[in-house]
Structures are given as structure tokens and as C-alpha cells.
Write a protein that binds this ligand. Sequence first.
Ligand code: ACM
Length: 504
Amino acid sequence: MSTPALVPLPASLEVVDAAGLPLTAATAVSGPDSDLLRTLVATRTGIAPAGTSATTPTVTLAVEPGGAPESYRITVDATTATVTGADAAGLFYGIHTLVQLIRPAGDGWEIPAVVIEDAPRFAYRGVMLDVARHFHPVATVTAYIDRAASLKFNHLHLHLTDDQGWRLQLRSRPELTEKASATSVGGDSGGFYTQDDYRKIVAYAAARHMTVVPEIDLPGHTHAVSLAYPDLSEQPVISDHIRETVREFGGGMPENGTAYDGMAVGFSSLKIHDEATYAFLADVLGELAELSPGPYLHIGGDEALGTDAADYDAFVGRVTGMVAGLGKTPVAWHEAGTAPALASGTVGQYWGYITPTDGMDEKARGFVRGGGRLIMSPADAIYLDMKFDAGSPLGLTWARGVTSAQRAYAWDPAAVIEGVTDADILGVEAPMWTETVRTLDDIDALAFPRIGAAAEAAWSPAVGADPERTWESFRARVGALAPLWARSGIRFTALPGIDWARED
Ligand code: ACM
């Protein structure tokens, strides 16, 4: 009997040498979230289990408080499968694990006999979607939420603003979307979320146990602000990097007051010494905090190459304080770890390499010294927009070239920054930047299967703590998900080196 192939790998899986549970139209399902399980089973198998609880076999779903947050237990034998969550999220994750267990048996389907005890390694398991470089409509965002939630991700970081566009309507500053949302990279059309759209995304995510983390990228990546509020923006700083990017990828030079549709970074800055900037940010961050029920508010802070270093430190210190004053926990990219006056407890997001370069690890340690923790997003492993293949038009290569699935997998969050252990790590997040990404199909092609590696880094036991936490095991397990992904409409890339299962 083959070992069930689960991603992310559970904390404990025991395969029982006995018959599994037959899954047929007569199988009964009872308990909370029965409809979710029925829908997922129907997607996977084409069968909608519609038995009554008097019939066997039976799948029983339950929540029994007492275990670790988000944990669950599954037991399966020939007559009953039981999924018990310690809370509603635990049950949700257990249901998704149960669906991954389903396999063909003869002419039908079965769930193999197992005992699974599972709980996450990290509390924060995130995916990020950049909706600024290319705008992505609500339907794309909700589809990505479903995909990520099925792999036990529980945070959706929305990169809502950048040089190329401002994507969230604000009552206090309506000019932002009126004047700075019309275009995307390459002159493609833009767009923005109305407040109702944003509320819909937040609610859709919450129903799948996912918290939205909104980001307003500051003080750089703010060219779009110059279209609406030219008085708040410094003139673009044109560096050799900008000239090189224009040579390689096209696009014009940034000019304040004109939409920027190129791919360069690091040229824009808000005015740091003008109090009008802070009045603007009080409106923007205040309204964002009101709209966002989650605990985190991300203030960016990356690649502020157009801002003087001392000004930058003062700015991120002041702005993280504003966010803390709104009752939210500030999050910032790792560069902000240089600021001596960072609000206590600010969370840092590390986007350097698996082997840190250029002092990025030291910047990240600044957050830990300030009483905060880290979200690990090593760019050369789990930036999902890095090319999976040099020949693909999708993706970029600046993070150490093409990122193979093996490289996406073969790292451990606690082995990146010396001195930073599990206790200092809030979690793991896989960003998707969208300079080359226009559609849900593009997102799927780049994210799948590498998103599975990120899920495993975020949820599963540490590398070395479980004999199955290896690339050899992962490539078999992730390949076994191909039929489930295909039937769920996920246009994954069948990368080489993975044993892709086929059914039919
Ligand atoms: C980043 O990739 N600039 C956070």
C-alpha cells in the first residue's frame, strides 16, 4: 500500500494496515462544514456523498476545543472517518487533508486507513499578491484565497500600492484611485478595489480562516501618490539601476504626475520633512485600519533608495508608531530593521536570500532586538514570481536566477539567519510580484507547485525533524496532488523532477 501523499506534510501520520473507507454516493457526512466537504469531494471525485447518518460508511466532522490552535486529528477505518478540529480552523484544515487522502480504488474511491495528528509549526502562514504592478480583480483574489487556504495558509498579504498604481479606494483621499489607478505595468489597464470589493475580499478570506494583511508601501514605491498629491512627492531619483531596467525591459523614465508603467524600483519617495505627509498618512492608515479587521498593517519600507538613510529611519520609526497608535501591529520589510525608533513589536519581513547577503540578516535581527518577530520570505526560494524555467515568458530572475522546485523546497526558516530560531519567527510567507503576471492562469503557472514548498516550510515539522521532510519525499507527494489540482481548475506547471500522478 502506498503512503498517502499529503502537502504540507502533517506532524504525525500513521498508516494502518487495514481496509480504508469506501467513498460512494451513499457515504454519509455529518457535523459542521459538511457542505464544504461534500463540495470538495464532488470536485475531486465527481461523486456527491449524500447518504444519511443511518447509512455506513460515514464521515463525521467535529470541533472539540482543547488542542493546539488550528490542530486536528483524523482517524479512518472501513466504516468511519472522523475529522476533529481543536477549533473551526483546525476542522477546516483537517477537511482539506481528508480530501488529499482520497484515492481511486477499483472502479470507485476510498480514503485509506490512517491516524493523523496535525498542528502547524508557525502561527503565520502567508501568501502575498501584488495587485499594484498588475491589478487583479476580486474574482482572481478569491480564487487565490481558495487555493492557498487548501494548503493551510492563513494570511493573505495584499500589496495594494506601488509606483504603478494605487488600488484601494479611500473615502478620505478619493483622488488616489481617481487619478492613480488606471494603468498597470506595460501600459496594461489598471483598476482598484472599492471599499465594498475590499470588504468582500476580507470576508471571503475570513470564511476560509485567512486574515488579510494590507500593505501601503512607504516611503518609496510611492510614485502613484504623485499623480494625486504632487506636493507630497520628491522628484524621482534616476540611478544607473533605473537606466539599466529601462534598457532591459522598456518603459519610460518616471516623471512625477505621469503614470509610471515600467519595472524599475527605488526612485520615488514621499517628502519626509513635510508635516502634510503625516496628515496624509494619518488619513490613509487610519481608514485602512478601520477597514481591516486583522491585527496587522504592513507599511512596506523596502527599496527606499530615493530616501536619505537617516530620514528613512526617522520616517519608519514615526510611521510604525502611528500604526501601533491605531491598535495594529506594524509589519515592514527587513530594511526597516535599521530604524532605532521602530515601534516595539514591529514584525519584520525578511526577503533576502537563503544565505544572507549585504547585511540583510543584521537588518532583520533589528526587529527581534525591538521585541518583534520575523516573517521569512527568502526571495531565492519562495518568491513565487521567480522564473521556474529560463524559457518561460512569465517571471523574473533577479533572485539568483531560475528557482527550481527543489531550491524552493530545500531550506528551513530557522536556518537562514544566525541566532534567529523558531521562537523569533512568526511564520513564512510566499510573495507573488506581478510585473509579468496578468491573469489567474499566470498566477497558477508560477505558484504551483512551488507554493507547496512554502506551505511545508510554514506548516510542517522542521527539516531534519521528520524522515519525510525531504525533497525526495516532497517531489512524490506534491506530484500526487496533480489530479486534485487539475480537477480544482488549477493550471499548475508540470515541472521536471516531480513524479506527476495521472488518473484516467
Ligand atoms: C521586495 O521584494 N522589494 C520586498
